[in-house]
Design a binder for this molecule. Structure first.
Ligand SMILES: [Zn+2]
Length: 67
């Protein structure tokens, strides 16, 4: 049995777990690589990347402590 080290990523659109080594659908946004389970998710992401990456950018706004 061969144990292969894999890196798992989360599809930001549908939140599926994607194996980075096997990922066929990837996209780069703001120098960050994103992995998708299917072409549909990739398209959705590229149509509106902000919608799926807002977690890291809106934290300050959500906490209300970044004025
Ligand atoms: Zn997906």
């Amino acid at each position: 049995m061969i144990l292969r080290q894999t890196t798992m990523a989360t599809d930001p659109v549908c939140l599926a777990i994607v194996d980075e080594d096997d990922a066929k659908f990837t996209s780069t946004y703001r120098e960050q690589e994103y992995y998708f389970c299917c072409n549909w998710c990739k398209k959705k992401f590229e149509e509106n990347p902000k919608r799926y990456t807002r977690i890291s950018t809106d934290i300050c706004v959500d906490l209300g402590s970044c004025t």
